[in-house]
Design a protein around this ligand. Structure first.
Ligand code: FAD
Length: 443
């Protein structure tokens, strides 16, 4: 039985949250997008939340947790979708949002603490003409550490691929959970040991990230009478190498009806493309729209776009958020369709049960349609049938209805990440229950 008064005394000097409603809030994330995870995770709670303001604080918490064999789950802004930062076995949730110093921004490279918010960082970097290579639609609240720990893609992925691609993360510092916790620096390929590992094998305390040249990005909506034409237009702009863009998203009707703030720009029966295009590329962009018979119904210059809500906050998983706020029975899937033939096949096969939302991203040098489809949920059995049909027909599903690291994405145990966990977290205290490789090793 853990003596929490003793633990609190050992953590003296650190900010500790014990208020039950605050602890509840800081124990959860956006797991509720999944009806399957809702049932599994709703009642999970930390015993304490501790806030760390610097690396010394993190080391202190790590020491106390190792000494007392307490589970430790790291948390950024808690916007993850699969219960990634939900403590399955209680213990301490370590909130790193106070660690928000930008140490260095220089042309093409930056060094930051994990709690830095993506939007705040981007604003600073743009002052010297650079920006994040990619960001999720939660960029206003999400942290850089959380994006690396649990995210994968975002606006910019049409140019730079996925976070896990070599070159998108240069170096990290991590705090270990060994008998004597220490700070390790990982550089180059070594970062893959902790990249997208849900904080199961190291607490990231510093990140060195590469940047992209910043452009003034215009934001546009183009509508089409037919979804498949919209999808083909999406592929065409994604493939147009001379056209500088940051984001290409396609919504099948009736998805945009969930975007009530945009109802003046898209009618319920229209499908649409949402885009960020460099202002200097707008002229060739208009020619492309003309070629595909699209209609531009919304256009903001980069300056205008900075004032209100960015269109990006209708894309990625914000689409799911907005749709669920109107119909909570909706959930979603994450799919690598690989090509438009498969998109068409799924569109015709599932009809209105699976409404297609595409995000074009770069994978292995090619622009491909990925999906964040909205799904009308009936039962878990039906959900699994839909996943199975996709997989049997060559579409890859990154399952958002599991909190297990390996089951969500690559479906195989990452031996490099597992070996690193054995080394730096020998007692399995970090975010326990999330890494299948570790769970199976323990049996
Ligand atoms: C509406 C909505 C839209 C979204 N859109 C996108 C999207 O476009 N692209 C995308 O990739 N994701 C998206 N997400 C998921 C999520 O918002 C992002 O991945 C985000 O970057 C996570 O950051 P966070 O600070 O909230 O991390 P958290 O949720 O706090 O943490 C995520 C994971 O990283 C671990 N972690 C956090 N900090 C550290 C650290 N310092 N060291 C080690 N591990 C750590 C946590 O333990 C957890 O496992 C979306 C989520 C929602 C709710």
């Amino acid at each position: 039985m853990t003596d929490w008064n003793k633990i609190t005394a050992e953590l003296d000097g650190l900010e500790i949250v014990t208020d039950a409603s605050q602890v509840a809030k800081l124990s959860l994330d956006y797991y509720h997008f999944s009806p399957v995870l809702q049932a599994q995770l709703a009642d999970k709670r930390a015993d304490l939340v501790v806030r760390a303001a610097n690396e010394e604080d993190v080391l202190k918490v790590a020491r106390v947790c190792v000494k007392n064999q307490i589970p430790l789950t790291v948390r950024g802004a808690g916007t993850g979708n699969y219960g990634q930062c939900i403590p399955l076995e209680g213990g301490i949730v370590l909130d790193l949002t106070p660690m928000n110093k930008i140490h260095r921004i220089e042309p093409s490279l930056a060094s930051v603490e994990p709690g830095v918010k993506l939007a705040a960082f981007d604003k600073k970097a743009r002052e010297i003409g650079w920006e994040l290579r990619m960001y999720p639609s939660t960029y206003r609240t999400a942290t850089i550490g959380g994006f690396i720990g649990g995210g994968s893609v975002g606006a910019g992925s049409i140019n730079y691929g996925q976070l896990r691609d070599r070159g998108n993360l240069h170096a990290v510092h991590i705090v270990t959970m060994e008998d004597k916790p220490r700070v390790l620096e990982l550089r180059g390929d070594e970062v893959q040991q902790v990249n997208h590992a849900y904080g199961t094998n190291g607490i990231i305390t510093l990140l060195e990230i590469p940047l992209a040249p910043a452009y003034p990005w215009a934001e546009l909506i183009v509508t089409f009478a037919d979804f498949l034409e919209a999808a083909k237009f999406g592929q065409a702009i994604a493939d147009a190498d001379g056209l500088v863009k940051k984001w290409v998203s396609i919504f099948a009707a009736p998805i945009p009806t969930y975007f009530t703030a945009l109802k003046d720009y898209i009618s319920p029966e229209e499908s649409s493309a949402f885009l960020m295009v460099a202002e200097s590329s707008l002229e060739p962009f208009y020619d492309l729209v003309k070629e595909w018979g699209g209609k531009i119904t919304y256009k903001k210059t980069a300056k205008e776009a900075q004032k209100g809500i960015s269109l990006v906050e209708f894309g990625w998983n914000h689409t799911t958020l907005l749709a669920r706020s109107i119909d909570p029975n909706l959930t979603y899937l994450q799919t690598f369709y690989w090509d438009l033939e498969r998109v068409e096949q799924m569109y015709r096969y599932f009809g209105d049960e699976v409404m297609i939302h595409l995000e074009f991203i770069r994978v292995g040098g090619m622009a491909i349609p990925a999906g964040l489809q909205l799904l009308r949920y009936s039962t878990e059995e039906r959900l699994n049938e839909i996943i199975k049909y996709h997989e049997e027909n060559g579409a890859g599903i990154a399952n958002p209805h599991t909190y297990i690291l390996e089951d969500g994405g690559r479906k195989t145990i990452d031996l490099v990440q597992l070996a690193f966990k054995e080394r730096v977290d020998p007692y399995g205290l970090l975010n326990p229950g999330k890494m299948r490789g570790w769970l199976e090793r323990e049996q």
